[in-house]
Structure formats: structure tokens, C-alpha cells
Ligand binder design. Structure first.
Ligand code: BES
Ligand code: ZN
Ligand code: ZN
Length: 489
């Protein structure tokens, strides 16, 4: 899919060639490319300003059919994210033109003051991620995906980056898996079905995959998880994946919220936008997709992935507000609100992870609270951690991949808000404000002294509107982030 090519543009045919152009400074140094840019900028409509696009067809002296120039604005504003967006725009033009193959010209990274590996990564990510559409349920799929994306350069050193391209392909295809799983409607992904979907790529990658089914969960007393599943006709399950490379010194446990549909249960949600709750398993999708990528990336740590999968439904069997349940680690929880179900399935999965694997680091990802979306909007995730260095590492990786994260506080005095008159803790805070924080504090009561971070992805996991390099639906948020983070832990 991804390739680096150094072949001569005057001798080898190219279907669509995309060139990024800044309005104020050259970012290329190859004479032929500079000459082509010169021809484009003599046109009134193109000067390299952001938003501009122009194409030259069959320019003399080359065997390029469609030479596309995209304005990048001023050089000072150019960063990795702008390169992702450039690649995505080029992919879209090539798709519309019914090209099968896109070639992007690598800029001279010295002129950009950017590490070549970072620039190449951004271009490839933007290209790969934009070259996908979720059309499984359309009778006449419209997207014309490209068969190949190439990077053109004259630099002989480019060969060094071949393994990088393989890694990017692994990470991007994992991201696309996560997107698809999130976009699949809930009627086609009840817990047991979703577990099968998650398992396929992980098994293929050589991971150990196990599934705890309903009877096993009952026997092992996953009381909180089972309380959420009680209202649904679909049995819950817990997917467990292990990546165990030889000589691993650290164990990282990843836990992802997997609510295949969240109606709110007896505390029923209002109907507006309830359809988006098919995406309430995005944390689990992210973990499952990341797990399958690890082997290909040659990660050195042992990594465990846990995905509790349940459907949250109201019915005659459903858990009621006021019910008290006993969680996996023995603490009792009063169910103040059945719509605060994510934290219930997470505490059982996290307590299990800690007991069984004694991880050095535990990270959970969850579409946990509407409150986090109120705080940070649709595009930024909240990071909560008992360990500032771990939170900082997550925020740093989020800058690299542009899956933005912002560290939030966990003030101990807010734990007051989770007091229950009858049980050890209430799943519903007694105050309306600070809901993302009280949710994180609830989880923290079940993580003991394991270094732990919680990423609330309620905003960025799902989007009804298309983004720059993501169609409507699941976004695959967190997969690239975890792939960047895990080797740095
Ligand atoms: N799945 C929701 C959170 C959510 C809301 C995710 C919007 C994505 C978009 C979660 O289970 C939930 O309902 N949380 C409640 C908690 C409250 C009852 C304490 C919320 O945020 O309102
Ligand atoms: Zn809910
Ligand atoms: Zn939920």
C-alpha cells in the first residue's frame, strides 16, 4: 500500500502527483519540482495560500498525468497535522479522478525543520486514513479507494524509512479496524459477536485470546459487569488478550469500555442522538485494534488487553436505581443511576487485570461521560491519573499523533460526592457539576496503588460529521496514541 519511490518523473509514468506549496517560502529543493511549482504559481488562482488547489495536466518535461498543487499557507504554520491534512486532500482528489495510485512529493524536511521520519509518518497517516470509507451497509458503495500511495523523493537516504512505512501501515490498518467496529450498528455487534470480530486480527497476529462467557463471569463474581448486562437479552463477555514477547520486563494492561449499546437502562436516555450510543464500545475497539498491532510493531513490553462487553438495556430483568451490587473486588456499589454503567464494567475488568496480571501500568479508555465533552468539546479527550508522569507521557504522545488529550484534576475532596448511605460507594455523584472528574474518582477507588491512567474519549471517539482524514462514524481515536505511547513507557 505505502511505498517510497525515487524513479525519474521524466521517464516513469505517474497518474496523480501531489505537491505541497507554501505561500512564502520554498519547501522543496528538487529543480524539476521547483520548476513545476513555478508553472503553477504563474496561474492567477494559485499562490500557495491555505485552501487553494490547482492541477496541471501532462506538464511538459514529465510523464506526470495530473500534477496537483495544494496550498499550505505560511511555512511558519506548517506542522505534522498540516501534512496529514494535505495527504488526505490529495487522496480525495485522486479518488474523485478515479486514479488508482497517488504519488506525493516529499518536501525537503530541512527547509521545514522537521525530522524526516515525523514528516513521512504524517503524510502516510493522512493518506492511509483518508483512503477509507465505511460503506458496508450501502448497496452501491461510492468510494473509490486507492490501491497504492507512494512518496516520491530523490534523496537516496529515503530507503532507510522502509520499515517505518510498514509500521505506519500496521498502525493505520488497526485504526481503520477500530473505526469499522465502532461504526457497525448495534444490531450486528452484540457482545459475543463483537468478541469474535475483535479476536480475528489479534489471533492472526499471534496473540493469546480468551473469552470469559456469561457463566464464567457469574462463577467468578463479576457483579458490577453482570449488573449492567442484566437488562439485555444478549449475554455479556470479557475478552482477554495477551501479547507476551520474550524478555519483556514490564507489563502494561489496557482496559476498554465495551458497551455495545447504551440506552441508559432503567435511567433511560432521551431519544435525541441516542443512535450515537452504538459507539459506546469505542474504548474496547481501540484496545482490541491496538493489541493486534503490537506484534507487528515489535513492542518489547508484555501487554494485556481487556474488553468487557455488555449491552445496557431496560427490561424486566434490568438492574434498578437503588439496587446494591458487589463488584469483582468485593466492594459494594449502590446504583444511583443505571446510565453510569461504563464505570461499573470498568471496575470489574480493572480489578481482574490487577489481580491476575499485576501490571506496572494500567490504562483504561472509555466513552465515559457527557461531562467530559462539556468540558473539552468533541475533539479533545480528558486524561486522569494518579501518576503525573504517566499523564504527561499520554499528553506528549497525543501531541505527536494529534489525538489531543488534556490532563484533568482528581481532587480528593470531590470523593465526598460519591458517598452512599447504604453501600461502600455510589455510582452516581450527588452533584451535577464535575461529572468527568467524579467518574474518574469512582474508578480510582478500584485501582489500588497500581499506576493508572484513565482517558475519557466520549468526545473524540465518534463523529457524525466527516473530519479531515476520517469519515462519519467511529474515529479510531486512541490507536495511534497507544502505539506511540506503549514503547515509551
Ligand atoms: N456513554 C455515556 C457517556 C457518553 C455521552 C458518551 C455522550 C458519548 C457521548 C455514559 O455511559 C453515560 O451515560 N454517562 C452519564 C453518567 C451520569 C449518569 C453520571 C453522563 O455522562 O451523563
Ligand atoms: Zn450510560
Ligand atoms: Zn455509556
Amino acid at each position: 500500500m505505502l511505498k517510497i519511490t525515487t524513479s525519474s518523473l521524466s521517464r516513469t509514468a505517474v497518474e496523480t502527483l501531489a505537491v505541497a506549496v507554501c505561500e512564502d517560502q520554498p519547501i522543496h529543493s528538487d529543480p524539476l519540482i521547483l520548476d513545476l511549482i513555478g508553472r503553477a504559481t504563474t496561474l492567477e488562482e494559485f499562490s500557495g495560500e491555505k485552501g487553494q488547489q490547482v492541477a496541471l495536466y501532462d506538464p511538459a518535461g514529465t510523464k506526470v498525468h495530473r500534477c496537483l498543487f495544494i496550498g499550505m499557507g505560511p511555512l511558519a504554520s506548517l506542522d505534522a497535522e498540516k501534512l496529514r491534512v494535505f495527504a488526505a486532500q490529495a487522496v480525495k482528489v485522486a479518488q474523485k479522478a478515479r486514479s488508482r495510485h497517488l504519488t506525493m512529493v516529499l518536501p525537503d524536511f530541512e527547509l521545514l525543520e522537521m525530522e524526516p521520519a515525523d514528516g513521512i509518518t504524517a503524510l502516510c497517516e493522512g493518506g492511509c486514513l483518508a483512503n477509507h470509507a465505511f460503506e458496508k451497509y450501502k448497496q452501491d458503495p461510492k468510494a473509490q479507494t486507492l490501491g497504492q500511495i507512494s512518496l516520491w523523493t530523490k534523496a537516496a537516504a529515503a530507503g532507510r524509512h522502509r520499515t517505518l512505512l510498514a509500521d505506519i501501515e500496521t498502525i493505520c490498518s488497526a485504526t481503520l479496524n477500530a473505526r469499522e467496529w465502532v461504526s457497525i450498528p448495534s444490531n450486528d455487534k452484540p457482545p459475543e459477536e463483537l468478541a469474535k470480530m475483535f479476536s480475528a486480527p489479534a489471533r492472526k497476529a499471534g496473540l493469546k485470546v480468551g473469552i470469559l462467557h456469561q457463566a464464567q463471569l457469574q462463577r467468578q463474581k463479576f457483579g458490577a459487569l453482570l449488573a449492567v448486562a442484566a437488562g439485555s437479552d444478549q449475554p455479556p463477555c470479557l475478552v482477554e488478550m495477551a501479547y507476551t514477547p520474550k524478555g519483556a520486563k514490564k507489563t502494561i494492561a489496557l482496559v476498554g469500555k465495551g458497551v455495545t449499546f447504551d440506552t441508559g437502562g432503567i435511567s433511560l436516555k432521551p431519544s435525541a442522538n441516542m443512535d450515537a450510543m452504538k459507539g459506546d464500545m469505542a474504548g474496547a475497539a481501540c484496545v482490541a485494534a491496538t493489541m493486534a498491532a503490537l506484534a507487528g510493531l515489535n513492542i518489547k513490553h508484555r501487554v494485556i488487553g481487556l474488553m468487557p462487553l455488555v449491552e445496557n438495556m431496560p427490561s424486566g430483568h434490568a438492574t434498578r436505581p437503588g439496587d446494591i451490587i458487589t463488584s469483582y473486588n468485593g466492594k459494594t456499589v449502590e446504583i444511583g443511576n443505571t446510565d453510569a454503567e461504563g464505570r461499573l464494567i470498568l471496575i470489574d475488568a480493572m480489578a481482574y487485570a490487577i489481580k491476575k496480571y499485576k501490571p506496572d501500568v494500567l490504562i483504561d479508555l472509555a466513552t465515559l461521560t457527557g461531562a467530559c465533552m462539556v468540558a473539552l468539546g468533541k475533539k479533545i479527550a480528558g486524561v486522569f491519573s494518579s501518576d503525573d508522569a504517566l499523564a504527561q507521557a499520554i499528553v506528549n504522545s497525543s501531541r505527536v499523533t494529534h489525538e489531543r488529550c488534556w490532563q484533568m484534576p482528581m481532587p480528593a475532596d470531590y470523593k465526598e460526592l460519591l458517598k452512599s448511605e447504604f453501600a461502600d460507594i455510589n455510582n452516581m455523584p450527588s452533584a451535577r457539576y464535575g461529572g468527568a472528574i467524579t467518574a474518574a474518582l469512582f474508578l480510582s477507588e478500584f485501582t489500588g496503588d497500581t499506576p493508572w491512567a484513565h482517558i475519557d474519549i466520549a468526545g473524540p471517539a465518534f463523529s457524525k460529521k466527516a473530519g479531515d482524514y476520517c469519515g462519519p462514524g467511529g474515529t479510531g481515536f486512541g490507536v495511534r496514541l497507544l502505539c506511540d505511547l506503549i514503547p515509551k513507557l
